[in-house]
Write a protein of this length. Structure first.
Length: 275
């Protein structure tokens, strides 16, 4: 199970019958990593999915990397006690260097009375909260490189896991993502809408491919092409778009990078993590 990411939720904003919201799982040894904790985290309660059973088998620690605090990326933290009641959990979330407060203070703002019956660390009992900061850090035996993304309604972090893959969500198209993703074979990048009509060529100003603080599919593809990645998976799907239009986003973007596909809930994405 160490060679794949399982999208538990590839959608954004609102869960629907096609996609839960942002949560991506992968194993490294006995560590289970979760990128973001949207509604997709509830899929881990499914007792019948063989991939999810194998994903959870024998894990010793849960390591959660939060890109930012918007609820479609964080409200699943409230369910952790039911999903992993007895497994030590370590949450790494944007703190100082991204926001003016530590991560634990940010989390306590979301999960506090009267919105929550208690602090999330008190509900879970086995949770530790740490700051996830721009730059390099070692988490669960993997080098994690984070980049501050300021081109959104609130700051978020782009996240690179070793040289295996890069994750960029809730951001306008940003040339800084190109540098973050260079040398990674796989890029998971948001594509909120079709920016095909704005596309003129690979030299496009990335600003042409932005809408409402998000990235268009051609913006994501230009970034992937300039970064030299082998595979682009489009994520953070817009729940307001009909599913046929969401599916079309990948088909359009494949004109720039042939190996472009839509990330789909529970459909594994191959990666190559260090041993």
């Amino acid at each position: 199970m160490d060679n794949q990411i399982i999208p538990l939720g590839a959608g954004g904003w609102i869960p629907n019958k096609h996609f839960e919201t942002a949560c991506y799982a992968f194993r490294h040894g006995k560590n289970l990593f979760l990128l973001d904790a949207g509604s997709g985290i509830t899929r881990l309660l499914d007792p019948t999915d063989e991939n999810l059973i194998a994903l959870k088998e024998g894990i010793a620690r849960i390591l959660i990397l939060l890109s930012h605090y918007h609820l479609d990326h964080s409200h699943g933290l409230f369910y952790l006690k039911a999903i992993f009641p007895d497994i030590p959990t370590y949450l790494f979330a944007p703190g100082r260097g991204v926001y003016p407060r530590d991560a634990i203070d940010m989390i306590d703002t979301i999960f506090a009375k009267p919105l929550s019956p208690a602090r999330i660390v008190d509900i879970h009992g086995l949770m530790e909260i740490n700051d996830l900061v721009p730059g390099n850090q070692w988490i669960g035996g993997l080098q994690v490189t984070c980049r501050l993304q300021e081109k959104h309604s609130d700051p978020s972090l782009g996240i690179r896991i070793a040289n295996a893959f890069c994750y960029a969500t809730d951001t306008m198209p940003d040339k800084g993502t190109i540098e973050l993703a260079q040398g990674c074979p796989v890029l998971l990048h948001e594509a909120w809408y079709s920016s095909r009509d704005a596309y003129r060529g690979l030299d496009d100003d990335l600003k042409k491919h932005t809408q409402d603080g998000h990235c268009g599919n051609f913006g994501a593809a230009i970034i992937a092409k300039r970064a030299g990645v082998d595979e682009l998976r489009l994520i953070h799907h817009n729940p307001v778009l009909p599913i046929v239009r969401v599916q079309r986003l990948a088909a359009e973007a494949s004109d720039i990078l042939q190996n472009t596909m839509l990330a789909r809930d529970l459909l594994p994405i191959g990666i190559d993590l260090p041993g």
